[in-house]
Design a protein around this ligand. Structure first.
Ligand code: ZN
Ligand code: ZN
Length: 761
């Protein structure tokens, strides 16, 4: 008999690791104990040396499904251990060296239980087990034990306690365990915060009645409140749009199960897998020609040909979706421009202007998160559009070879997310929204504080964008001055490029890589607004190799909200074509903007996003956007309608490092005057961009091409690039992160690890 100490770190708490160890140790008849520490899981075991070795190997090779081991070691243990094996109380010594377990959607076992008449958890809305349930959103502290979660106040009933202590139960040591006898209590409020009391078992039935009557209900989800209403009730959806001041931005739809999804949407196998993922994201999928559930497509996603579908992420949502029996609109509950509401008091106070009723319960959320959103292109490329619930906050496997120690990267402004490095582990926060509103800024602060507290993280250096007016950069500066720590600023598009390079493990490559970095706007190192950039990464350096020819940026950030301004700027030297867009302005506006565009001292931009906006406006789509990215989405949807796809394209010549968009626009307008169909022009436009990328890689003789920036959220463009180049070039897209600005904090970290100022300590 010999004794050993095994130490395992990574994603090993809140994933049923200790119960798993206990079962395995029993199989090998080992004695000893397992416990959680702040630095991972510790196992002390004694037995026959061969048995211990085999136990160790099977634990490392086959950990619980939700776990991820980043490091492990075994060493002899000098003391003797008593008979039997048990789970010991957690240890609070050491510093935190753990990944944070994300929230895990309702598992199949639990789903079956809540649907089985006679089961103890039949219709119990907070059913979870060791393999599923909220984690990050309810964790106050490490180690992951019930007293460190927001379920600390709920005492388990004798029957739950028995499950908790039974080695063979799926709730053995499940920290989120509860049932209808020791339940998390629900509450229902109507307007003015008046509570309507029911028996706990009656709430869901009442909510279903209200939904059938066309009411809008705010329901507390895993990461925050969601607004639910009947997806087939046009009047209600219109009411929701009015109350939310959201005229056309698409709503996600909650389906009870895959069969219900398939009645409306044409799913590919990859989309099916994505929908069923443990993160339960919203997946954008194409509509069938004749959707069968009677949903109001034109009011859910106006002028688009796809819908964001999702399956229930909690037992509560599952029960509501099942009992309602039809698709439901499910959208983040927030006041326009502010982050998702997650505190009960805020919900009662603020949501009664939007929702008719509010359904809440007594389990606090400490880490607010929206639902994650992704899409799969026709050619199978996964594109993350929003990384949040179920996917954040870890980034693993960490692909930066030498991670700068104790570093905080502040990220970008419009789609903010911060990154933290600690002990070779990298944490990238959930999507934290547009930092324009005070509420979003507060939410960013609160999330940064929460994750820092959880990890015991104190920054030793700070990375920011070079943009002089980013709120997050100002905050970084403040932190750096307050704590007297160094700060480094990094150009936006270089950070994008570094992000996609590091995601694909290309940072140490000897061969050159071409970076196509196209987005809306980022501050350039020449003081202009960049966004249509081509970089070359070679010999350990990033160089700007080409860009879209500059054109005037009119009215600053207003231009991104009004594609008509992009069109006006782009069409300055096309007087005939200006007639096409004049109708989108009042006479007064027209005169004013015409004068403005001829002023000296204009700010110039090379933004691909604005060129796309201009084309959308020329084709008569959305002169003024009601939500970010609307015109690009509509142009993509229009192009996808094109049945008559030829291989004609518009030229976008590269002259002395500048893409001359005027040639492209000239040919495009010619088509328009020739009365070519709009969808054909839209398709040709995206095809032309893909062709231009192919020619650029020829021009520079570079085989490896990496793509980043919000423009590559466009699945059609991504597919066209793959179609043209997949057998000729090596293509690299983002893997775990979004191509939009949510990847900037990783990019800042990766850039700094490679190119950080040597004098920067
Ligand atoms: Zn479960
Ligand atoms: Zn119970």
């Amino acid at each position: 008999m010999q004794a050993f100490h095994i130490h395992i770190t990574g994603l090993v708490q809140g994933v049923g690791f200790r119960p798993w160890v206990h079962k395995l140790a029993s199989n090998f008849s080992l004695d000893g104990y397992v416990n959680n520490g702040l630095d991972g899981v510790h196992i002390y075991c004694s037995g026959n040396k061969d048995d211990v070795t085999e136990f160790y190997q099977s634990l490392i090779l086959h950990p619980p499904v939700q776990a991820l081991i980043t490091a492990h070691q075994i060493m002899p243990y000098p003391s003797s251990l008593g008979k039997g094996f048990y789970i010991q109380k957690s240890d609070r010594n050491n510093t935190v060296q753990l990944l944070i377990t994300p929230d895990i959607t309702l598992c199949e076992d639990c789903r079956r239980e809540i649907k089985t008449v006679g089961n103890k958890r039949y219709h119990y809305p907070f059913t979870t087990c060791v393999n599923c349930g909220p984690r990050y959103s309810i964790t106050n502290n490490f180690p992951y034990d019930r007293e460190n979660t927001t379920m600390h106040h709920i005492e388990q009933c004798p029957s739950c306690k028995k499950e908790y202590e039974d080695l063979h139960d799926i709730r053995y040591h499940s920290q989120t365990n509860s049932c209808s006898d020791c339940c998390i209590e629900m509450h229902l409020y109507q307007k003015e915060g008046i509570e309507i009391k029911y028996n706990q078992v009656e709430y869901i039935a009442h909510v279903i009645t209200l939904l059938r009557e066309g009411k809008i209900i705010a329901v507390k989800g895993i990461g925050g409140y969601l607004l639910l209403c009947d997806a087939a009730n046009e009047t209600t959806i219109k009411k929701l749009r009015e109350r939310k001041f959201r005229p056309s931005k698409p709503f996600a739809v909650l389906y009870a199960d895959i069969e219900m999804v398939c009645a409306d949407l044409a799913l590919s196998p990859l989309e099916l897998t994505a929908l069923k993922d443990r993160s339960a994201p919203i997946v954008l999928c194409s509509l069938k020609s004749y959707p069968e559930n009677g949903i109001c497509i034109n009011h859910i996603a106006p002028n688009l040909n796809s819908i964001g579908a999702m399956l229930p992420s909690s037992a509560l949502l599952q029960l509501i979706a099942d009992n309602f029996g039809k698709p439901l609109i499910a959208t983040s509950a927030n006041i326009s421009g502010s982050p998702i509401i997650y505190k009960d008091n805020d919900a009662v106070q603020w949501l009664s202007s939007i929702a008719d009723f509010i359904l809440t319960y007594d389990r606090e959320i400490v880490a607010p998160q929206d639902d994650s959103v992704l899409q799969i292109s026709n050619r199978g490329q996964k594109i993350i559009l929003r990384r949040s619930r179920g996917l954040a906050p870890n980034y693993h496997p960490n692909t930066i070879p030498i991670l700068p120690s104790h570093t905080l990267a502040m990220g970008a402004e419009l789609k903010s997310a911060f990154a933290i490095s600690k002990d070779q582990m990298l944490f990238i926060s959930q999507f934290l929204g547009d930092q324009e509103s005070v509420e979003s800024q507060d939410s960013y602060d609160a999330s940064l504080k929460h994750v820092s507290d959880l990890l015991g993280f104190i920054p030793k250096q700070i990375l920011i964008d070079i943009h002089p007016r980013y709120f997050v950069s100002e905050k970084g500066l403040e932190l750096s001055m307050k704590n007297n720590i160094p700060i480094c600023s990094i150009q936006h598009h270089e950070a994008h490029f570094a992000a996609v390079l590091s995601e694909n493990k290309l940072m140490d490559l000897k061969e050159p890589v071409l970076g196509i970095i196209w987005d809306g706007a980022g501050y350039g190192s020449d003081g202009k607004i960049w966004g249509g950039e081509v970089f070359i990464f070679d010999q350990g350096e990033i160089k700007r190799a080409a860009h879209l020819k500059y054109f005037p940026q009119l009215m600053g950030d207003k231009m991104s909200k009004e594609p008509r301004l992009s069109a006006l700027s782009i069409l300055q030297n096309f007087p005939l074509a200006q007639n096409l867009i004049q109708k989108h302005f009042t006479e007064q506006e027209w005169t004013y903007y015409q004068q403005l565009s001829r002023q000296p001292n204009l700010v110039f931009t090379s933004s691909m996003g604005r060129l796309i906006d201009a084309v959308a406006c020329i084709l008569g789509l959305m002169p003024v956007c009601s939500y970010e990215g609307e015109s690009a989405m509509l142009l993509e949807a229009l192009a996808k309608k094109c049945k008559n796809r030829s291989y004609d394209y518009y030229h976008l010549p590269l002259n002395e490092g500048e893409f001359d968009w005027a040639v492209l626009i000239n040919e495009l307008i010619h088509d328009w005057f020739q009365k070519e169909a709009n969808e054909v022009i839209a398709w040709k436009f995206f095809y032309s961009l893909a062709k231009a990328i192919a020619r650029t890689s020829n021009h520079f003789f570079i085989d490896k091409i990496a793509f980043s920036g919000g423009v590559f959220q466009n699945a059609l463009l991504v597919d066209l690039i793959i179609e043209i180049l997949q057998h000729k070039r090596e293509l690299y897209f983002h893997v775990q992160l979004s191509p939009n600005d949510e990847c900037i904090s990783l990019g800042q970290m990766a850039w700094f690890s490679k190119f950080g100022d040597p004098n920067f300590k």
